[in-house]
Design a protein. Structure first.
Length: 474
């Protein structure tokens, strides 16, 4: 009896059971953001934070999460990916309990900051462990598709879970959702998840870690404020400072013998093209989700929970696309599947330009999500497959950071585009509020801005599809 190399590399029952464990933190990663937004009115009534403190309760988590991803991915390669995942899970669980029982805005902001840093260990560890467990490219593609579907599942059930908890318990209960998930991970993880540590890895360069966070944080912070407050040169200056620090970070990586981020990964056409496609896909996805949330709450008068329930079905499109994409890629090739999926998303944006009843809005968002899902699953798999095994943690961190930056940029630019069209029609001092949109003229101006944003997104995706068909065809 003989066995082929492919049979030796193929994952078995233990690996698939381990994947089920890894799906838990992936689901939690997106669910946490959703339930926190729903809890804000209750938090405001109980802790009475100032306006800026309330914003920081939400934003500090996302800021530190995005800023720490590159560092955590590289750290996992050095100390062990399972060790990083389990250590991060333990800190996340403790921080969640402290957040739930916070007695002041400052305490809640501090615990949310700790949750953000701990949360940054999750996705890089999950994706890099998948790379360690699934050596076969086809199986790895299916596994990453399941991880992406799990993230979308958290988005879908977040409004339901959060709404039920807030109807039956106090606001702190939404932070306790992650505690049993992390407890299960800590119990089962050591038994089912393998450990992997890059051979000969040196100590993490602390200067690089500080520079990576110092580069990402200003960019995310500036983009966030442009999305919330509109264009202002001071936010552009903040973003530019992040870009400059990013250049310093890149220069340092080129000089180090063991860089925290291997820039050589970008010499691979598959890696760099996949990273760009992934960032652009999330750019339009976060942008359109932000625009739809505004449309539902401002123009249709829905509260955040109702708006969340109307947007939840779009996650079904992401789940379906993520799970179906690996099978299609095995038959037609990932480049073709990504390109066709992006064209499907273009069709979804065309539907949005014909906006009418809420059913049309939901249909368009489902089509967009289903079309973008193959890019999220297959581009991540291509990035991991194009990187050496000892650098999978760093590659996973890039595959997590690119969407964070692309998404923040999408919300800022596409949201600003809607506002610009709105004010161009009504006057530069026109307010974009629910009260203002009770006027048919203001509602029509906002809808025009929404249509312009959808059109720009469709054109961008069309160009991205052509690029994917060319650079990822093999």
């Amino acid at each position: 009896m003989t066995s082929t190399k492919d049979e030796v590399c193929r994952a078995g029952r233990r690996e698939w059971m381990g994947l089920a464990v890894l799906a838990l933190p992936a689901l939690l990663a997106s669910l946490e953001l959703t339930v926190t937004h729903l809890a804000l009115p209750s938090i405001a009534a109980d802790l009475r934070p100032s306006g800026s403190e309330l914003l920081w309760i939400v934003d500090i988590y996302a800021f530190l999460l995005a800023g720490s991803l590159v560092t955590m991915g590289a750290w996992g390669d050095r100390i062990g990916r399972r060790r990083l995942l389990l250590g991060g899970a333990a800190v996340y669980g403790v921080a969640s309990v402290l957040a739930a029982y916070s007695v002041s805005p400052a305490m809640l902001i501090g615990t949310r900051a700790l949750m953000g840093i701990a949360g940054s260990t999750l996705m890089p560890s999950v994706v890099s462990l998948v790379a360690s467990m699934f050596k076969d490219a086809r199986q790895r593609g299916v596994a990453i598709g399941i991880v992406v579907a799990s993230v979308s599942g958290g988005t879908a059930i977040g409004p339901l879970v959060g709404g039920w908890l807030l109807d039956n318990f106090w606001w702190g209960s939404v932070f306790l959702v992650g505690v049993p998930v992390m407890a299960a991970l800590l119990v089962v993880g050591p038994r089912l998840l393998p450990e992997y540590k890059a051979p000969g890895g040196k100590r993490l360069d602390l200067s690089s870690a500080v520079l990576s966070m110092a580069a990402v944080l200003p960019m995310v912070y500036g983009l966030k404020h442009i999305a919330a407050d509109g264009f202002a040169w001071r936010w552009v200056a903040v973003i530019a400072a992040g870009v400059v620090l990013g250049g310093v970070f890149v220069r340092r990586q080129r000089r180090l013998d063991d860089p925290m981020l291997d820039l050589g990964l970008f010499t691979s056409r598959a890696f760099s093209a996949s990273a760009i496609a992934l960032a652009l896909a999330i750019f339009v996805l976060w942008g359109v989700n932000y625009a739809i949330a505004q449309l539902l709450q401002l123009a249709h008068g829905l509260d955040p929970l109702e708006a969340g329930l109307w947007t939840a079905p779009s996650a079904a499109g992401t789940i379906a696309g993520s799970l179906l994409a690996p099978r299609l890629a095995n038959r037609f090739g990932p480049g073709r599947v990504i390109a066709v999926g992006l064209l499907l998303a273009v069709a979804g944006f065309v539907v949005l330009t014909q906006i009418g009843p809420l059913g049309v809005l939901v249909t368009g968002s489902i089509i967009i999500s289903a079309g973008l899902a193959p890019t999220m699953a297959l581009a991540t798999n291509l990035m991991i497959g194009a990187s050496p095994e000892e650098r999978a943690g760093g590659a996973a961190a890039i595959s997590s950071t690119a969407p964070q930056l692309g998404g923040a940029l999408g919300i800022a630019l596409l949201g600003s585009l809607i506002t610009a069209v709105y004010r161009n029609q009504l006057g530069h001092e026109a307010e974009l509020t629910r009260e203002a949109l009770t006027s048919p003229t203001a509602r029509e101006a906002f809808t025009t801005g929404f249509h312009v944003s959808a059109t720009v997104s469709a054109v961008l995706l069309l160009l991205t599809a052509l690029g994917a068909a060319r650079f990822l065809r093999r």
